[in-house]
Design a protein around this ligand. Structure first.
Ligand code: M6R
Length: 609
């Protein structure tokens, strides 16, 4: 996500924080800014674009200062513009604030502040936070107390860093969820959103925990909880090299991104569920428009296409809404038949995929309503769709998409629940489903517990010359994504299809020892799947079955059984199977010594036909 940097001490603070941001560049960003102490004031300089733009504004001779905070923003609320870039200021202009994450109740707070006469410059939730804290500061308390009081008014998953013109040697940082790390030097103190930005300066690190407020001065750091009670902290020596620190200690970005998924689930749901277990999606069309839709076309490529297949299953089963899924490259040249009352949904991590963008323009030319399910804010698809739901998964660096897929499916699922509310579908149990969604991040975390088992399975089958991926219903769409992961990073040919199709041809490819990965979470088709398992075993195939923890039937007939938690929801159960499949692809590729993050012949964003 966004990068945070801070420094207070004898060095040139602007130089330090710019260098720190540079070290966080690998995370992706679209604007950057710095606030530094300049005489008795705080000066803020910020700019859309890359760090070179910001450096250009600051000039070749950097201003001398001993306190600075800086930020590189990956847009979530508001486009990547100069105005929306951080830092933001309060009403009085005395404080500067940078922020990662999302403040869920910012609209409510903003309305309250506007009624009191506050004027806002940007569209961001960050500026609202600056005003909330500034209002407390105006009552005469110290900056750290103003931050604690302000934070008690905010809901969400975030981290802030604040400085004041009136307190020349103090930076206040608070972590509600997004990561913040503090580096302890000799007469100087550093702050960052991630350890790589600290390593050139110090290896004595404190990781701030959720709900902690840190006051940084050149002498060190004092940490309290949000009520002001002091908290003991335990610095450790970070012995990572810089390259592995960028990957959060993981060997590859892909593994890091697989492990980020529990947090991605929380980010994706943030601000979209109400306390009484309903879904709120303010950004989509009016209820009237949603009621009018007679058909959905989902258009996407690769992994995003697979997320669309899962959505088709959900839309048709749950909403009884006819849905088709198209490869963008086929759609754009296929002269599609489009109902004027249809909705075209474009799913894309990058928002820049050339074929998807061309298909979107075709729909717009035909005056079809368009909805984007996009990760990168400010991307072409996000800008050109009539409406957008952002997947809020954070930057994805590995070419093989993992966390973006999970966030795409979840966002589409949220949209379908929103549609069910609007269309008043009595059969859809919204409250139970939302309750299951709230726990889904924890279930994803629990699904990671099978990692060692999967490492063993990958080692056993790394030399397979073909791997099958089979399933029925929702599991069938997941098996396509599992197969894509394996072929793109481990270069092993795969055969994927609904399990019921095997007898119509693919069964001929089964030979002794061939592994067949079955997604088997749906109890309604379990018996049918058991027959499919027996069919491949009878021909010497090795059945690797992924099912839910409560299953008592498949274990007895399976060669290798992998369990994922029972979430209480059919669609979420199926989605959980992506975790072992991603890990299987990763560990197979690793065992084969493949270039995991940058597989041969592939690019992260396919901006040409
Ligand atoms: O950025 P997009 O989601 O539009 O990209 C679509 C595909 O190129 C992408 O999902 C690709 O299939 C993945 N890298 C596969 O892991």
């Amino acid at each position: 996500m966004c990068g945070i940097a801070g420094y207070v001490g004898p060095r040139n603070a602007v130089e330090v924080v710019l260098d720190q941001l540079k070290r966080l560049e690998y995370r992706g960003y679209d604007s950057a800014g710095v606030a530094y102490r300049n005489g008795s004031a705080l000066k803020t300089v910020k700019r859309a674009g890359k760090l070179t733009e910001l450096s250009g504004l600051l000039g070749s001779k950097l201003p001398v200062s001993h306190l600075a905070i800086a930020h590189s923003r990956w847009a979530t609320h508001g486009a990547p513009t100069d105005l929306n870039a951080h830092p933001h200021s309060d009403q009085s202009g005395r404080i500067a604030l940078i922020h990662n994450g999302i403040i869920e109740n910012y609209l409510e707070l903003k309305e309250e502040l506007v009624r009191e006469g506050h004027v806002f410059q940007s569209e961001t939730d960050t500026e609202v936070a600056a005003h909330v804290i500034g209002r407390e500061y105006d009552s005469g308390v110290e900056l750290d107390e103003a931050v604690r009081r302000g934070v008690r008014r905010m809901r969400g998953a975030y981290a802030f860093v604040v400085a004041s013109a009136d307190e020349p040697e103090k930076i206040v940082a608070v972590r509600a969820a997004s990561p913040l790390v503090i580096g302890l030097g000799d007469g100087e103190t550093f702050l960052a959103s991630d350890i790589p930005a600290l390593l050139p300066y110090t290896r004595r690190v404190i990781v701030l925990e959720g709900g902690q407020v840190a006051v940084l001065t050149p002498a060190g750091v004092v940490v309290t909880d949000v009520n002001g009670a002091s908290v003991a902290v335990h610095p450790f020596e970070a012995d990572w090299d810089i390259e592995s620190a960028e990957k959060g200690g993981y060997e590859h970005f892909m593994l890091k991104e697989i492990h980020e998924q529990p947090d991605v689930v929380h980010q994706c749901l943030l601000g979209r569920l109400t306390p009484d277990n309903r879904v709120v999606l303010d950004q989509v069309f009016s209820n009237h428009v949603l009621q009018d839709i007679d058909r959905v076309n989902i258009i996407a490529c690769g992994t995003a296409y697979h997320a669309g297949l899962m959505a088709k299953f959900i839309f048709e089963r749950m909403l009884r809404l006819p849905t088709d899924v198209f490869y963008s490259s086929e759609f754009r040249y296929g002269d599609p038949v489009l109902s004027p009352r249809s909705l075209a949904i474009f799913v894309s991590q990058s928002g820049e995929t050339a074929d998807s963008l061309a298909a979107l323009r075709l729909c717009k030319a035909r005056r079809i309503r368009t909805l984007g399910i996009v990760n990168v804010v400010g991307s072409s698809i996000a800008r050109e769709c009539d409406r957008v739901l952002f997947t809020q998964a954070g930057p994805e660096i590995s070419v093989a998409s993992t966390k973006a897929y999970t966030a795409q499916v979840l966002t589409l699922f949220l949209f379908s629940l929103h549609m069910a509310q609007v269309r008043e579908m009595p059969g859809v149990r919204i409250k139970e489903t939302v309750a299951a969604l709230r726990k889904f991040g924890d279930y994803v975390q629990d699904a990671m517990a099978g990692e060692d088992q999967i490492k063993g399975v990958a080692a056993k089958f790394k030399d397979a010359r073909l791997v099958f991926f089979l399933g029925r219903g929702a599991d069938a769409s997941l098996s396509l994504e599992g197969a894509l992961k394996l072929k793109e990073i481990a270069y092993i040919p795969t055969q994927e299809c609904p399990a019921g199709e095997m007898k119509h041809g693919p069964l001929a490819l089964i030979e002794p020892g061939i592994p067949i990965v079955f997604g088997a979470t749906d109890p309604d088709v379990r018996e049918k799947l058991a027959s499919n398992i027996k069919e491949v075993q009878a021909r010497g195939g090795h059945a690797i079955v992924i099912t839910t923890s409560d299953d008592v039937t498949l274990g007895a007939i399976t060669d290798t059984l992998i369990k994922v938690p029972q979430t209480g929801n059919t669609y979420l159960n199926a989605l959980l199977t992506i975790v072992p499949m991603q890990l299987f692809a990763y560990y197979t590729a690793k065992a084969l010594g493949c270039e995991i993050d940058q597989p041969r012949n592939l690019a992260k964003s396919v901006t040409v036909e």
